[in-house]
Design a protein around this ligand. Structure first.
Ligand SMILES: [Zn+2]
Length: 347
């Protein structure tokens, strides 16, 4: 699956709107036995978490449930499965899982210090909820969970501003029943709003999956001994674009990305990432970028959070990056923005 779907461009009377979706898919070919074990562990956890006071409402036949931050919907194909074909069964699974997802939400919020609904100016409206859709098969697979964030670029007062219009998580139920997968995908639901470089977004998602949800799909590698270069002599992780396109390197990409993210957290402490996102949010320059954040832009903010220039750290790991100033970033944004004509727009 492609990481960034093709941009859909709509030229309207009010200016130029660019709507695009970013998605993350997590592939997981786990053995059935492992899934059954995870399901049993989950059942035990539901018993504990059910004490929470989360306010959850269900529709008449329990096809949709709603909690503080989510709506959960059972798709048509899952309603045919024998464990989900009655309202009681759907209510049981839906209620338990939303209690868990709410606790996970608070957990991820604490780790990064922001939440999708806290984008008060142009972001996800506080009353909007993350949509979770459960399937038997999603895109023909039982082993592929995907988180999409819909962003709309609006042209206002001579510049583009990103606005989040929706976040949707699609899970085959086999994946939804695994805690590390939910944690990985929820980390994406949070960080997608920044359109981070893929290696960094995945590194953060794996960190949450491994260190907070005890997943064992991924692990750390040595940043120097296990470094892999592309044909240009650049760290192969820097240009990671899609889950399918890197083939045998994909597993290494997850591990290597996680290792960088974890190394920085160890060096600069638990407040390193909350500080990073506060700094990005404070400037809101990311909202003016017409596309994904590039590496030098990210490293500018990582350096601010570390209170140390991190360009040498990344150059040592064979990243091709350059040191930017805030003025340099503003100039880059102006250069990257499409040219707008008075009649309408073109990109
Ligand atoms: Zn991912």
């Amino acid at each position: 699956m492609k990481w960034y779907d093709p941009w859909k461009i709509i030229i309207g009377v009010i200016g130029l709107l660019i709507i695009f979706t970013i998605g993350c898919a997590q592939l997981n070919e786990v053995h059935k036995r492992k899934t059954a074990e995870a399901r049993n562990r989950l059942k035990k956890r539901y018993v504990t978490l059910a004490r929470s006071n989360s306010d959850i409402q269900a529709s008449a036949s329990s096809l949709t449930l709603e909690s503080k931050h989510y709506t959960l919907t059972f798709s048509k194909d899952i309603q045919k499965l024998k464990n989900y074909d009655s309202a009681d069964e759907r209510l049981g699974l839906g209620h338990g899982s939303l209690v868990y997802m709410e606790s996970l939400y608070d957990f991820v919020h604490d780790i990064f210090g922001f939440e999708p609904s806290n984008q008060d100016v142009y972001g996800f409206e506080p009353n909007q909820k993350i949509k979770i859709v459960l399937h038997d098969l999603y895109n023909g697979s039982k082993h592929r969970a995907v988180t999409h964030t819909q962003l709309q670029n609006e042209y206002r007062n001579g510049e583009f501003i990103k606005k989040i219009t929706g976040i949707q998580m699609d899970f085959p139920v086999e994946m939804y029943n695994q805690r590390p997968v939910k944690a990985h995908e929820l980390a994406h639901a949070f960080t997608n709003i920044y359109l981070l470089p893929m290696w960094f977004a995945e590194g953060i998602a794996v960190l949450v999956e491994v260190e907070y949800a005890k997943g064992n799909e991924h692990g750390k590698v040595d940043l120097h001994d296990d470094l892999k270069l592309d044909l240009d002599g650049v760290n192969a992780v820097q240009n990671w674009r899609g889950h399918a396109t890197f083939g045998p390197l994909t597993h290494w990409c997850y591990n290597y990305s996680y290792s960088i993210v974890s190394e920085l957290q160890q060096r600069y402490g638990s407040q390193f990432y909350p500080r990073l996102f506060r700094l990005i949010e404070g400037d809101r320059l990311h909202q003016k970028l017409p596309g994904p954040m590039n590496n030098s832009f990210l490293i500018y903010y990582l350096s601010q959070s570390a209170e140390e220039d991190l360009i040498p750290f990344f150059q040592d790991l064979k990243f091709k990056v350059s040191k930017l100033s805030k003025n340099g970033i503003l100039t880059m944004i102006q250069q990257m923005n499409p040219i707008i004509t008075q009649q309408g727009g073109k990109s």
